[in-house]
Design a protein around this ligand. Structure first.
Ligand code: NAG
Ligand code: CU
Length: 323
């Protein structure tokens, strides 16, 4: 008994000491056994099913940010609200890394015990329509209908009714459903469906070889990342309309892949690259981004500094990827 409480005391005061330089934040734990994020197709059917059930469960929980809609809708809503602060600039990487962490915690509150998973679209780039993530039972369903609405008609999310479109309550001109309109391919011109040629292995090899942080970010964001949004969502689907794209649950697997590719780039020279962060902000004058910039989370979670999200095994984070 005595020994036990002594140990508790020591660890409590150690945490207090560790927390000191981070005044105002909750005490840190050291990340000694990071969780490992894997590719969707490597998960068991039970894991996939548990993930999907938790994603659907978000739509049964109340908003955490004071809206009349659900927790599911909070994600698409704040992504649209903050859109101009978190895209086309360095914050793209750490903000979406933080956003994934917030989503993972929400899934945990809905009974899921695993991690976020990623969709390795590079591996599927030769035939994106055949990707396992589009499975109608063990995935997120396929293409929307060939009508103006492009509503999903298969998979576990077909009855979902996301509340917002481009950050506004949906109106009669918006699809009344979760919408997807895969870009068709044009084989005669060497164009694969969903712009597969834009995220093929050689494309990623070229981007990965870029040494400059902001150039790497710009090419990954503007190239493969944008191609998946446009390729999966088309002009008229939720993923295609980038502002409210978290309406489509595939968004989080897509962004886990973007996060993984950044993580791999960081790992190639971890001492130099883990905290490598610079480039102009989109604030009209191009103010240089710094690690002390704040990542806003619009009350869904605390606003925290960029610095906290650079290392996946430090600060509030504790995970890696399987490859
Ligand atoms: C997906 O649906 C759209 C119409 O909504 C259609 O134009 C396209 O050809 C379909 N894509 C594939 C690959 O089946
Ligand atoms: Cu985004």
């Amino acid at each position: 008994m005595k020994a036990l409480s002594a140990i508790t005391l020591v660890s409590v005061s150690l945490q207090a000491v560790l927390a000191l330089p981070q005044a105002g934040l909750s005490p840190r734990q050291t990340c000694s056994s990071p969780k490992v994020r894997k590719e969707w197709s490597k998960a068991t059917q039970a894991e996939q099913s548990s993930y999907i059930q938790a994603a659907l469960c978000l739509a049964t929980k109340p908003s955490k940010i004071g809206l009349k809609t659900t927790l599911y809708d909070d994600f698409g809503y704040i992504h649209a609200l903050l859109f101009g602060q978190i895209h086309d600039q360095p914050s793209f990487f750490p903000w979406h890394r933080y956003f994934l962490d917030v989503y993972e915690k929400a899934l945990h509150d809905c009974g899921y015990s695993g991690t976020i998973m990623y969709w390795d679209w590079v591996a599927d780039s030769a035939a994106p329509a055949k990707a396992k993530v589009f499975d109608t039972v063990r995935g997120f369903g396929t293409n929307g209908t060939n009508t103006r609405e492009h509503c999903l008609v298969d998979g576990p999310f077909k009855d979902l009714r996301p509340a917002y479109w481009n950050g506004e309550p949906r109106n009669e001109f918006n699809p009344p459903c979760l919408a997807r309109a895969w870009e068709p391919g044009y084989p005669e011109f060497g164009v694969i469906e969903m712009y597969g040629e834009s995220y093929s292995p050689p494309v990623l090899e070229r981007i990965n070889a870029i040494e400059d942080f902001d150039e790497f970010r710009r090419d990954l964001e503007g190239g493969p990342h944008a191609a998946i949004h446009g390729g999966v969502g088309g002009r008229d689907g939720d993923m295609g309309l980038q502002s409210s794209s978290p309406n489509d649950p595939l968004f989080f697997l897509h962004h886990a892949q973007v996060d993984r590719l950044w993580w791999r780039w960081q790992q190639q020279d971890a001492p130099r690259r883990t905290f490598m962060y610079y480039g102009p902000k989109q604030d009209g004058v191009g103010t240089p981004a710094t690690l002390d910039d704040i990542l806003p989370m619009a009350k869904l979670a605390a606003d925290l500094k960029v610095r906290e999200f650079m290392d996946t095994k430090g600060g509030p984070l504790c995970y890696t990827y399987d490859s």
